[in-house]
Design a protein around this ligand. Sequence first.
Ligand code: PMP
Length: 359
Amino acid sequence: MRWKEQLLKLKPYQPGKSTGEVKRQYGLSDIVKLASNENPFGSSEKVREEIAGYPGKFSVYPDGYASELRTSLAEHLGVSEGQIILGNGSDEIIQMIARGLLSPQTNTVMAAPTFPQYKHNGIIEGCGITEILLVNGAHDLEGMAAAIDERTSVVWLCSPNNPTGIHITEEELTAFMARIPDDVLVVLDEAYFEYVTAENYHDSMRLLQQYKNLIILRTFSKIYGLASFRVGYGIAHEDTIRALEPVREPFNVNSLAQAAAIAALSDQAFIDECRRENRAGLQQFYDFCDHAGLKYYPSEGNFILIDLNRNGQEVFQFLLERGYIVRSGTALGFPTCIRVTVGSKEQNDGVIRVIKEFL
Ligand code: PMP
């Protein structure tokens, strides 16, 4: 078979161990998973009510244009319906952008380390990939702008960045956009946007009005607590969305997921509460790290990258055997770190207690 050569070198995505597997392997009854930046408080009660009373027919295809969800989102964001594209998670929007714009004749620029799907999809499309190292956990936007050449078609930004939690400021983003040629698409992945509290965070919606070559990605998987439903979306100029739409699978967001997302969006009080709880949780980690003399990256997301100055894999294993699943920094490009999702107060206390035991 004539596979693309680069596909044979790629590893499939391997999710971490399931909680069931960890329970069996280590004879544990309780597991706390703080590895995938999910919402520890679940989702709004309104979602459960909506799903319990779901009136739709399972024998019919979903609304391929997700009209109702689109209307709700457009109102919520203050943009037109034509400025939105829906995806089976923002993972799928990343894939659509790569499929539509990347090819062996092009190259793409991204930070490193950052969310791995940008590179993964770039490799699948066989394009050139330029990675610009983070500086103190933040994007080197100067370096990224300088790396753009006449073959560049897509630049990926992640704010707050996964796995460091560092955001791009308004000033930085404005200066960056002014330097980017009109025919280069800038993808600004804001999967953790709703957790942000920094006052100098960029006003991405305002920038959208100014720049036709900007697309913003957001998701219902994080603060909205709907990771299992797989709903993400892109917001851009109508022309950009129009060009991407033919790449989208016709029925990519299922009916239950659409209903769940509408219900979740209608409960902003839940979102505000989760943001507040997350801030308090981050503070628990900051206090612990400051007290223990550990370096960490101040985070605008719902996770924290902690440098333990030891092999991250060892810490990961120690925590795993005691019922806490976190992410080892080894796989994230920070070999002496672990990335911990901010959980409930009890979960945070628990994981901090075990890290203390390790130290
Ligand atoms: N972007 C970033 C930065 C992420 O961390 C994630 C999830 N880990 C995603 C995109 C994908 O999210 P989803 O496909 O669930 O919307």
